[in-house]
Design a protein around this ligand. Sequence first.
Ligand SMILES: [Zn+2]
Length: 119
Amino acid sequence: MDIFANDDQVAVILAHELSHVVLQHSSEILSLASLLDLLILPPMIALHAFVPNFLLALLMQWVANVVVSLTIKFPQRRKTESESDIVGLYLAARACFDVREACAFYQMLNQTVGLRDLE
Ligand SMILES: [Zn+2]
């Protein structure tokens, strides 16, 4: 709580986190992960049917997970963060907090710890 300059900054962050819940981002990400697992399964089964090698199956699973994470999961996660940034500002504004404090807070945070450490 020491990093916040005022209640408005606390409200902006809480509203951001609350918007994740309101927008059901956890369910969205878990659903996407399940779908991707189902899509990866048939090629993995086919590969194992033709080349029944346990180490090759492990390697291909790892490669598939990396490719899916880089091309689908990470961009999706970034999209949910951006969505929560916007919706969070609306929620904080509706609760009569000064959302202009978000800029000051994020700039301070970026200068002190870097935004990458927060995700
Ligand atoms: Zn977030």
